[in-house]
Design a protein around this ligand. Structure first.
Ligand SMILES: Cc1ncc(COP(=O)(O)O)c(C=O)c1O
Length: 412
């Protein structure tokens, strides 16, 4: 496996032209952490700047256009990234808050336990732990394999008698991709609602919420949708559930007749009942830009390139890293993984720090032993994968990481 082979793959890349539409400006730094925070695109910068100008020029009259921006942006995300017909998605709040709203709505409507994988992302487990206590429900933690995708049978067994099952489509640590359609079918036939966390799949893999028959979903836009740090998240509620579910946050933006300023709360008829307060207009401009670029590229092409980039990383792991104490923390079949690859090593923390400080490669570390290489297809080249692994292999072979202090930092 040579660098020339990677360069050859870049020459055949149908999405290669998208790379120049992002800001790089970082010398020979190799950025493989777009699964934490995506790069800044020229489109996002221009959209934010235009919205700031609009604020300056229009002041409060801008609200005539901004007032329904959460729904319009949700529809754009629905079409580009979620496989959701209009009227079922909103871009609003954070993933954490959206999870609280939708899980809270599901629990208010249904009796039974809450199910979540024991190794799911912390915010999901913590929010559900709090809701379980508040609603007096059992919280069932499903044990999973650290590498393999969620098993349909294990989830179906845990779903028996549950009100709600919350699952990540792509696991944040391993990158394993769950079979959304099969699991949704199994959970629904067990009589529960399923809520998908799409943080690591929206903009990285094809998501077909409507076709899968999903009930609920949430996710963020700062990873593969490149909308910037803390950008508004999204939520999805299938049309068939909207009338029966009520958000536990009864904010004025979800009121049936918001500007009547009436005495009592009455939820809006459609998806708008899952809003809370005033939408973050400047942040939504960047989300709209991210949805637009994804629509242009097409999720099919993005998915195909993610499979190619991660396959190269897996091959390079086998050839260059396996002999240095690494094991692969991601499924080997491209159909079973998203757009990041997890490399496990007993000294992963120090290797990750050494990569950042001495090799100008930016991945991230996830406890206990994973270095994640995030490979967003719109701006990652095959040579970036090759260079990142080449620098990683050289650094570990030279023992550079052994000279790194064994201390904890708050973020990687
Ligand atoms: C799977 C998953 N869910 C939720 C979150 C975070 O949610 P929030 O944007 O509310 O911090 C993340 C963040 O990386 C995540 O990976």
């Amino acid at each position: 496996m040579t660098r020339a082979h990677a360069a050859e793959l870049d020459r055949g890349d149908a999405l290669a032209g998208f790379r120049d539409r992002f800001e790089h400006g970082d010398g020979d730094r190799i950025y493989v952490d777009g699964n934490s925070l995506g790069r800044l695109s020229h489109d996002a910068r221009a959209a934010v700047a235009a919205t700031v100008d609009e604020w300056g020029g229009r002041l409060v009259t801008g609200w005539h256009d901004w007032v329904d921006l959460a729904g319009r942006t949700g529809d754009a995300l629905g079409a580009a990234a979620l496989g959701a017909a209009p009227g079922q998605a909103l871009a609003c709040d954070s993933t954490t808050v959206n999870l609280y709203k939708l899980a809270g709505a599901a629990l208010a409507a249904r009796d039974g336990a809450i199910v979540v994988p024991a190794d799911d992302f912390p915010t999901d487990r913590y929010v559900l732990e709090g809701l379980a206590a508040a609603h007096g429900r059992e919280l069932r933690l499903v044990a999973g394999d650290p590498v393999a995708p969620l098993g349909v049978d294990a989830v179906a067994a845990a779903a028996d008698g549950a009100a709600l099952v919350v699952l990540s489509h792509v696991n944040y640590r391993s990158g394993a991709l769950a079979d959304m359609a099969a699991i949704t079918r199994a959970v629904r036939s067990a009589g529960s609602l399923v809520l998908w966390d799409l943080c690591h799949s929206a903009g990285a893999v094809a998501v077909d919420l409507d076709v899968a028959g999903a009930d609920l979903a949430v996710g963020c836009t700062y990873k593969y949708l490149n909308a910037g740090p803390g950008s508004p998240a999204f939520l999805y509620v299938a049309q068939r559930h909207q009338a029966a579910l009520r958000s536990p946050i009864q904010g004025w933006f979800s009121q049936a007749d918001q500007f009547a300023m009436g005495p009592r709360y009455e939820p809006a008829a459609g998806i708008g009942r899952f809003l809370a307060g005033t939408p973050p207009v400047i942040g939504l401009a960047a989300v709209m830009a991210g949805a637009g670029m994804l629509a242009e590229a097409g999720i099919g092409a993005v998915r195909a390139k993610a499979a190619g980039l991660t396959a190269l990383a897996v091959d390079l792991h086998d050839e260059r890293l396996a002999g240095l104490g690494f094991t692969l923390g991601t499924p080997r079949a491209a159909a079973d993984r998203g757009a990041h690859v997890s490399l496990r090593h007993p000294d992963a923390w120090r290797i990750c720090r050494a990569l950042i400080e001495h090799a100008n490669v930016i991945p991230d570390f996830r406890r206990p032993d994973s270095i994640r290489l995030g490979l967003p297809p719109l701006y990652t080249r095959y040579v970036d994968v090759w260079d990142a692994v080449d620098r990683l292999a050289a650094l570990v072979a030279d023992g550079v990481h052994e000279r790194m202090p064994e201390h904890a930092a708050r973020v990687t």
